[in-house]
Ligand binder design. Sequence first.
Ligand code: GLN
Length: 378
Amino acid sequence: MMTARTERKPAVYVLEDGRIFRGQAYGAIGETFGEAVFNTGMTGYQETLTDPSYHRQVVAMTAPQIGNTGVNDEDPESSRIWVAGYVVRDPARVPSNWRSQRSLDEELVKQGIVGISGIDTRALTRHLRERGAMRCGIFSGPAVADDATLLERVRRAPQMEGADLCGEVATDETYVVPAIGTKRFTVAALDLGIKGMTPHRMAERGIEVHVLPANATAEDVYAVAPDGVFFSNGPGDPATADGQVAVLREVLGRKTPFFGICFGNQLLGRALGFGTYKLKYGHRGINQPVQDRTTGKVEVTAHNHGFAVDAPLDRVSDTPYGRVEVSHICLNDDVVEGLQCLDQPAFSVQYHPEAAAGPHDAAYLFDRFVELMEGQRA
Ligand SMILES: NC(=O)CC[C@H](N)C(=O)O
């Protein structure tokens, strides 16, 4: 149960390993559970909050001041806030920006998002970095009880590993994002938790994007006569998405141009026969260095992933769909950040070239998708 906050009440943030942080209620009063993760973006909190890939995650911001530029109706990446809970050090008392329409606190209350402020988010981040992502709960108002009871409740919450979540965030109905200017291509985009900027980046390049529900079949995909197929980002464990992997294998079998982002990269990995695994604490932020191994260039990129593809970095792999190489790696930890098929018009990246929020270094990947579709026509 959640009620609007009228004064800053005490709140408690409880990690499943027993570490407890005490602060003040922020946003809605009540209780919430999820995977404890941290995001290192200095800005872009609206895009983070509304990214469907954060479904069932309680996001802590490492930047100490959040909410300074308020909230507007232009920056959300979907129709609602998806984070399960929100953790900040020092919320803005007075938002100030020419586009601001209301405060972040008001928006969190309006959407029933339970948060906590005033805790040492640096200590929390160091703890998660050492111990790894784990379950947590935020409790305020009538939800506060003795620590042992709260800990017990956190330990009963569902785990992220094994969670099948795309169906909970994706569209139920197909919709079309028209091309901006002259239409050059049609793309079937599987919505596994798509961010609004992604079809927009394609539309800017003359692509008409048919956004299909997460459970669309290969028949549904080919019913739109696509020049290319796209799989989006999305929440949950990629190891659960067997139906989508089967659709992707059909796409590879037909050699239709394919581009995948984030969850879409993990599913390309699976379709090619690689495994996926859970990272210790994931990559979330807008300042991650990635190297494009095909050009040697380093990009600063936006990330939001807790899982990764397990593929060899040092050699080309032979798969049932031809040869594949790891095209991009994260320079912080050598995690696979992109896959390039060498005998197929298919590639994907683990990070976010749509850049909402984030630097625009990786925009060239949308042009690569266009080139693949052009190549298929020639
Ligand atoms: N943004 C995404 O697509 C995330 C993919 C997957 N849920 C992960 O955490 O790795």
